[in-house]
Design a protein around this ligand. Structure first.
Ligand code: 13P
Length: 249
């Protein structure tokens, strides 16, 4: 049995006073049955403060991106070792916003994933098709290419999580049909099994992301091979995020 993960990606949102959302979330989920793991990926400026606040909490922290190197002349970048030093246990790599805004290619994503492991972080690796690719019936080709070129050798259920995020569903309120989600997730599952073997491939979590909200979480989370969610907008408010987590109660 795979323990699901509900992860919140705050993107470029959050300042010191957003700590109240973390406190409210912690209060909101405490005492409830822990049927899923809970992760927040705030801006890296907040990881250390949140980590100090969450010492006795089940809420885990992650970074949203990392550089492939450990140190060096890379102005504005953040090394995975810095994320881990600040209290992160996870790092997201290959988010479509990084792929688009920073021209990251599959190869870069692969190197970042390896760097995350080097720092002892669990890696959430994002894949997903653009709107035009879906209309051209290229979804599975795109996903296959991204998986093939960005998943590093040595992947296991302990160090890798895949997040399927159709780009056209991110921040738009649009979601694929559950049938479409099932098709892509089962494709990813089969890919993982055929490339890593049944033992590893069957146990790697595959998250769905893209307009997950309190009102659709239960339906999306019950699709076969959906092992949790990567949530953007609805993770910013503790109340909404706690309701999404409650899909696993
Ligand atoms: P939204 O939940 O805002 O659509 O964002 C999804 C996402 O990109 C999470 O990484």
């Amino acid at each position: 049995m795979i323990k699901p993960l509900v992860a919140g990606n705050w993107k470029m949102n959050g300042i010191a006073k957003s700590a109240t959302q973390i406190i409210n979330l912690n209060d909101g989920i405490s005492g409830r049955s822990a049927n899923c793991d809970v992760l927040i990926c705030p801006p890296s400026t907040l990881i250390m403060a949140f980590s100090n606040m969450l010492k006795d909490s089940p809420i885990m922290l992650g970074g949203q991106d990392c550089h492939k190197n450990e140190t060096g002349a890379h102005t504005g970048d953040i090394a995975p070792e810095m994320l881990s030093d600040a209290g992160a246990q996870y790092v997201i790599v290959g988010h479509s916003e990084r792929r688009m805004d920073h021209k990251e290619r599959d190869k870069d994503v692969c190197e970042k994933a390896q760097a995350g492991w080097r720092a002892g972080l669990k890696v959430i690796l994002c894949v997903g098709e653009l709107n035009g690719e879906r209309s051209a019936d290229l979804t599975l080709n795109v996903i296959e290419r991204q998986l093939k070129n960005s998943i590093p050798e040595g992947s296991t259920p302990e160090n890798l999580i895949i997040a399927y995020e159709p780009v056209w569903a991110i921040g738009t309120g649009l979601t694929p049909t559950t049938k479409d989600v099932e098709q892509v997730h089962s494709f990813i599952r089969n890919y993982l099994i055929s490339s890593l073997g049944a033992e590893k491939g069957s146990n790697i979590k595959i998250l769905y992301g893209g307009s997950v909200k309190p009102n659709n979480a239960k339906e999306l989370m019950s699709v076969p091979n959906v092992n949790g969610a990567l949530v953007g907008g609805a993770s910013l408010k503790a109340e909404d995020f706690a309701q999404i987590i409650a899909a696993y109660e």
